[in-house]
Ligand binder design. Structure first.
Ligand code: HEC
Length: 157
């Protein structure tokens, strides 16, 4: 699935442009796919902002590193099982982040390259901006209400 070199990527891209060129002009196909690349660059910038926010919460020990996580950092291999195996330690902000990536970034991506701008925009991009807004708001609330994990008087606040 992943193209790890520019040459491999270009090879697949050229094949796809040839498919489009069966019905459209070559430059039309190229322009459409380039618009998809631009959209994904912007979508990944939203992702990076969101990941940075959640990563800082781990760094500042406001979110606790589940034992199963290799690092105190959002771990996408754990999908929706945020909080490791413990249901009590599930973190809502992590879940918003994972949904942003697994569902809404995926819809931006697949929607756009299937040439369905309405779907890519409303079900993908717009939902990603909503997720980022929620993550920013949750970050604000968590920082106001939580003492770093490990501090005894956490419950008293
Ligand atoms: C088998 C022929 C065929 C192939 C192959 C094809 N298209 Fe199309 N495409 C069409 C037809 C026909 C329309 C017009 C549909 C309509 O007007 O309702 C269209 C419409 C479009 C539109 C909408 C244009 C507009 O202004 O509304 C886009 C964008 C598009 N195609 C992109 C692509 C891309 C990108 C590829 C390659 C990945 C591709 N198409 C491959 C036949 C094809």
């Amino acid at each position: 699935m992943a193209r790890l070199t520019q040459a491999d990527w270009q090879n697949e891209r050229d094949k796809m442009i040839k498919v489009c060129a069966g019905c459209h002009s070559k430059s039309f196909g190229e322009t459409q796919l380039k618009m998809g690349d631009d959209m994904m660059r912007k979508a990944d910038r939203l992702m990076a902002q969101a990941i940075d926010i959640v990563a800082s919460l781990y760094k500042d020990k406001i979110l606790e590193k589940p034992a199963e996580y290799a690092f105190a950092y959002p771990d996408f291999w754990h999908f929706m099982r945020t909080g490791g195996k413990s249901l009590e330690k599930m973190s809502h902000i992590d879940q918003v982040l994972f949904e942003m990536y697994m569902k809404h970034r995926m819809r931006t991506y697949q929607g756009f390259y299937h040439v369905n701008p309405d779907y890519a925009y409303w079900y993908g991009w717009a939902m990603m901006t909503k997720d980022l807004g929620e993550i920013q708001e949750l970050d604000h609330i968590l920082r106001k209400t939580h003492a770093p994990s490990g501090e005894k008087n956490r419950e008293k606040k």
